[in-house]
Design a binder for this molecule. Sequence first.
Ligand code: PGA
Length: 255
Amino acid sequence: MIRKKVIAGNWKMNKTAGDGAILARDIVAEIGRVTSVDIVLCPPFTALESVGRVLEGQAIKLGAQNMHPEKNGAFTGEISAEMLRTLYATHVILGHSERRTYCGETDAFINRKVLAALANQLKPIVCVGETLAERETGSTLAVVQRHVEGALAGVTKQQITTVIIAYEPVWAIGTGRVATTAQAQEVHAFIRDLLTKLYGAPLAQKVRILYGGSMKPGNASELLAEKDIDGGLIGGASLEARSFIDLVKAADAAN
Ligand code: PGA
């Protein structure tokens, strides 16, 4: 397999520093040394340090859920790439649909974050995906293309393989309504084609494209068996050790 699967847990606004450390400890106890799947935990900012301590010496990586593109300065409430790096974060989720919706993040702003993350050796997990209304009006692929091209503007051939893309149909996030494998694979293949046009086939074949949106142990194997689905960005099912561990095992089996 040319692409190692990735399972990333997006804890969203859940878990205090203490509760996060407990969850991380339960996950580490069973799969802390798994290297056949890239595993990333993305707690809220306030739990990065406590979770990071639990992950010390383990194969599991630490990710943040957002960051600001500027290096430092008068940006009240924001966190820079350097601040994340000093907490040993290696990944950062960018452009999540909840931030696009609730915080008004645009493709241009997300692009600045992607470039800043890469410049600071953080691996961006870039989220793209259509709303239900966009799917129903037949604009899914156009929206996904706009999100991908917008986020990746200026990303070089040297950088692209460190970017992880997460296709997350907004209508499937936290709703229990998972995309069918055919719906997901169609968009993943479309993203792969787009990457091929932008970066050439050899590099496009190396980029991991995750699915996100109500992924659970019960539906993961089917999704992960698809040719262009290289893992999952997991919300709800990442908040409990058992389901997250089972998702990692499903990804390992699909490798
Ligand atoms: P969900 O969230 O797994 O709870 O649907 C996924 C995400 O928003 O990253």
